[in-house]
Design a protein around this ligand. Structure first.
Ligand SMILES: [Mg+2]
Length: 200
């Protein structure tokens, strides 16, 4: 897989692809909301900080999220297979600088050593995904050209369209429904990824 073809690097989206961000956010909302009497109804990640009263509350939320984050069962075995195949692995995290703790916690939950992969947060990149500049910088960070790199992610607009627009290959991991992408190979889980990459 990979090492004899043109593929040298895989950029894996973190939230929703490797780890169950939505479930962790819901558990952290429930726990912190109960303890601090904060109503998180209808909020996403961007709404967390404005809803929390002060630094201590944000630290509390981060800790709750770190306890709640879980990898998908297929994630760690696939990351290991990619590394064993000699591919360079970058992991694309969402959120701002203040979320680095969340990305690190997710990586720790995944059980992948930080020195085996390149963790890329938005502050490491010159633009936010799906801007092509984000993907070109991510390629540079893992030491591969866009033509040698594939992006794997659950968000079609961010991960698939953004990668294709920057000249990378893309794989859509759609865990939610049976819909296929018209512009990229689609997988229902990560299990089939190593086999699929061998055909790229
Ligand atoms: Mg995602």
């Amino acid at each position: 897989m990979g090492t004899e073809g043109r593929l040298r690097a895989v950029l894996l989206d973190l939230d929703g692809t490797l780890v169950d961000h939505g479930a962790a956010l819901a558990r952290a909302f429930a726990e912190v909301g109960r303890e601090l009497d904060v109503d998180f109804t209808g909020l996403d990640r961007a709404g967390v900080r404005p809803a929390l009263p002060g630094r201590h509350a944000m630290d509390h939320f981060r800790a709750a999220y770190a306890r709640a984050i879980r990898p998908y069962a297929d994630a760690r075995p696939v990351v290991d297979q990619l590394l064993e195949a000699g591919l360079r692995v970058g992991i694309l995290a969402d959120g701002g600088d203040e979320d680095l703790g969340q990305a690190s916690a997710a990586l720790a939950a995944l059980g992948v050593a930080a020195d085996q992969v390149t963790l890329l947060t938005p502050s490491d990149l010159p633009a936010a995904r799906p801007d092509p500049r984000a993907y070109l910088a991510a390629c540079a960070a893992v030491g591969a050209s866009p033509q040698e790199t594939v992006v794997v992610g659950d968000d079609h607009a961010l991960d698939v369209r953004g990668a294709l627009d920057a000249g990378l290959a893309a794989v859509w991991v759609n865990r939610r429904d049976r819909r296929d992408s018209e512009d990229a190979p689609t997988l229902p889980t990560l299990d089939g990824l190593p086999g699929l990459l061998a055909t790229l």
